[in-house]
Write a protein that binds this ligand. Sequence first.
Ligand SMILES: Nc1ncnc2c1ncn2[C@@H]1O[C@H](COP(=O)(O)OP(=O)(O)O)[C@@H](O)[C@H]1O
Ligand SMILES: [Mg+2]
Length: 484
Amino acid sequence: MTALARRRLKPNIPWVIKYRPKRVDEVFNQEDAKKKLIPWIKQWAEGRPPSKRAALLYGPPGVGKTSLVEAIANEYKFELLELNASDYRSYEAIKRTVGVAANKMPLYGNGIIILLDEIDGIAPREDSGGLRALLEIIPETRNPIIMTANDPWKQQLRPLHQVAELIPFKALTINQVVAILQRICDLEGLECEREALRYIAEVERGDVRAAINDLQAVAEGYGRVTLTLVKMLVRGREKKNEIFVTLNQIFYADKAWKARNAINNSQEDYETVIAWLNDNIPRKYEDPEDAFRAYDALARATLMLSRAKFSGNWSLLPYVFILAGPGVALARKNKPISKARYAYPERIKLLARLKEVRETRERLAEKIARRTLASKRLVKAEILPYLFIIFREADDPVPAARLALGYNLDRKEVEFLAGSRARVILEAVERIKKARSREQKTPSRAEAKQAESAGSAPRGEEEGEKKARRKGKKPPSTTLDSFF
Ligand SMILES: Nc1ncnc2c1ncn2[C@@H]1O[C@H](COP(=O)(O)OP(=O)(O)O)[C@@H](O)[C@H]1O
Ligand SMILES: [Mg+2]
């Protein structure tokens, strides 16, 4: 790295953020999309909402969809509410976030652009309730709703075509991507071979985000961007290696650089690669001294990585590659490599499980807190322990099943509360629901009574439903069907 380049490179901020378009004319080569989206947003700004109150921007990743929305909000004086997949998993979640924002009067400017980014990242079954909520909100919204997706023809997104303006985004051509990369090289004062930029653009096939990330990785590792370096270091997304290939390339490397590249070319993030190495070193290295040296290198790699993350000083990243790659590969000196199969890391398994349990517990506490108007903390401390007893210890599953219905619990939440009793309770829920739907068809007193004794919802819930029916609204129980 030349001294000049070292001084100029500030590695701590990702260039895709640093060079994010702030104005509409900084989003390149999406003129057709702008021609559709800008008149649409101007209508909103002038207080005449267009007939389709949502827009669905679609196209491959990294071509400027999110950037254009942000630039438009900025230039046309809209507040921007950005939501992504984790915010809109269910009917309730959407009503709570999108629904509330859709009705809001803005504090300043022309309104709020509600951006639902990457809606095709949502699982179809679990989120059908979410889609239903959107279809209810869009025709009534007072603020523009913009969604982005890679593939709008997916089954679960099709209903949106009726209510949203479809706006396509195209992948950029190689020359266009090269121009964007060249501009960044100039602004960074970076030595970049034209052919190297072309190579990156070709490999990433019009994905500007990926191309900029490649450029930064090479520049920060080496201070200059040449064709030789780029050929060695950059691989397109589709060509990234699975974890087993990465492990093989490290454990069986005969040259240091091969082990180093293995990490770069992995589709997994560095932590995951390190976790896999961690659990597989003792399987592959039978000699204790070999294993010791490998762990020594891996420990240093972990340390570097956490320092890089903590301080934002990403110039430490090359050391992580070298320690976890060649550091582990060259540690084996005494014994040939064992033929043992790779094992799935315990830590990853455990974390995945814990995370799921934690998330379920949080969701459950939130649901109950909303129903009971208690705080989430209180629910966790005072209510959940009783629910555990009712769900796990009671001989009769009906009270638990009624609670499940009353609180609108999904399968995961019931499993969390009931453990091995979950199946019995879920069956009871089904029975109650059947009885209830019979009751709804012929709501005579006698039958209602009978259904109740076979075990139906708590009374409070029933009253609410009758009221809702009288008002001509859908009873809340219809939301249950999507859960069970
Ligand atoms: N058309 C474009 N013009 C300029 N920069 C772009 C363009 N498309 C993408 N980028 C760059 O790539 C990054 C990611 O773009 P983004 O808008 O998030 O892509 P998308 O939402 O289509 O996946 C942006 O920060 C920006 O730096
Ligand atoms: Mg995006």
